[in-house]
Design a protein around this ligand. Structure first.
Ligand SMILES: [Zn+2]
Length: 132
């Protein structure tokens, strides 16, 4: 990890094959997941919190599906990036057990944990073996 302009980010050299194996993924899969969830932040609609979140899923078939948070003036009506990505995946035909990993990126310097609603939502489709 490195910090640039107050923002933590992974660099390619931070991800090695041995560190990736801890997550059950290859270094290339982690690099791609990282790039895709960081890229997804650009699509966030967050005029209320100004807290951009991007997410990327990796399926067993090798597909990557991204999402970003979509807020609403009525706070609970908005959707987190994790649920947007999973909803897109389900809409594309993926089902429970199809997912190997999910990655989440924010602009915060420290990692952010998915909220309780997202944990429940992801549990429905990922079971207990997908990596976060
Ligand atoms: Zn959430």
């Amino acid at each position: 990890m490195t910090a640039q302009n107050g923002e933590a980010s992974l660099t390619a050299s931070d991800i090695t094959d041995s560190s990736a194996l801890v997550h059950g993924l290859t270094a290339e899969e982690i690099r791609t997941l990282t790039a895709k969830c960081i890229e997804a932040k650009a699509a966030a609609y967050c005029p209320y919190s100004l807290f951009r979140v991007g997410s990327a899923l990796l399926t067993h078939s090798g597909s990557y599906i991204s999402g970003a948070n979509v807020e609403n003036a009525s706070y609970p009506v908005g959707s987190c990036a994790e649920r947007v990505a999973m909803g897109s995946a389900v809409f594309a035909g993926h089902r429970r057990g199809d997912f190997r990993a999910i990655a989440v990126a924010t602009d915060a310097p420290e990692p952010s944990s998915p909220c309780g609603m997202c944990r429940q939502f992801l549990r429905e489709f990922c079971g207990g073996t997908s990596r976060l």
